[in-house]
Write a protein that binds this ligand. Sequence first.
Ligand SMILES: Cc1ncc(COP(=O)(O)O)c(C=O)c1O
Length: 383
Amino acid sequence: MIYYGHQHITEKDIQAVEKVLRSNYLTQGPVIESFEKKVANYCGAKYAVAVTNATSALHIACKAAGLGEGDVLWTSPITFTASANCGRYCGADVDFVDIDDKTYNISVAELQHKLETALQKPKVVIPVHLAGQSCDMEAIKALADEYGFKIIEDASHATGADYKNTKVGSCRYSDMTVFSFHPVKIVTTGEGGIVLTNNKELYEKLKLYRSHGITRDGDLMTQEADGPWYYQQIELGFNYRMTDMQAALGCSQMDSLDEFVARRRYLVRRYNEKLKDLPLRTPYQSEDTNPSWHIYIIRVDFTKVVLSKKEIFARMKDRGIALNLHYIPVHTQPYYRNLGFKKGDFPVSETYYEEAITLPLYYDLTDEQQDQIIQALKDVLQG
Ligand SMILES: Cc1ncc(COP(=O)(O)O)c(C=O)c1O
């Protein structure tokens, strides 16, 4: 079976993890800081805080942004539910802005319209870089400056991607950026995530929220330390720490990031070329971006295909290919329906959901396997 995503682990990765296992620190050791520095340097950001996954990264980013009860967070419906759930964790309300029909990222025109008309403006907006293609961050930043909201980029798909000749993660157009290191992502630490920022104050808050709200920094304490054992809990934080084994894997994987992204870009060019005559839309790439291509999404033209999406999935599975779908519009999930959202609220996202399919894409996918997928898709759609 060919799956939609898969990690690439080398002997060097294994040795890096083994080295930590033989060392004194399995967690809270020196490798965490090396990993954070490596990711921050790669992206051109000042600070990084590594955590258990992108979900916890989004949670502490929202906390650091000051999101709480009575506030509103906006994101787009075509994302993994975590991009919205992080607002709910903070007790805030969540609302959505429909996607752009070309990029499938948050529509800047819709965002502007909603900002002009909404009674309550958002405290935080989370643009999601779907498939690893950056949102139009310059335009979103201009709106943030006008309306006073904070921007947290959900770049879970976009490690290694470029936007206007800067790395996604530089936080040039945002307050914070989050990456995911789940095994299907561009680089992996097993589970893992990180928050990047250029703001020292946010950085200090992120570190506190990662580790129970506890500090040993005398400047932050309410009184002088009772002794060398002393610490204070000054906030309600969490235990969202990444282990040193994970960070070691991350350091080693980061060395291959450019190579990983180059291979994904090559495979995407190949898909685009070989699928161009089929009744489907291949991914659009905006000229400001050079995506990392976490996933490859096609939009099937069902006016020209007799099979249903379910039948396409079944027939491709019979040919040994597991398709996927990113994503079910978040506002249509029962949890969000119970909060008042309904089908019809975000029509561009809902039409996207009717037509979208994710084809396999990962570093180890061979040209031959990709040809097998392309041939199977041709047979299924045209047969
Ligand atoms: C866009 C997006 N945001 C957030 C997440 C959550 O990432 P994690 O699994 O690292 O918590 C994912 C994971 O699939 C994602 O795709």
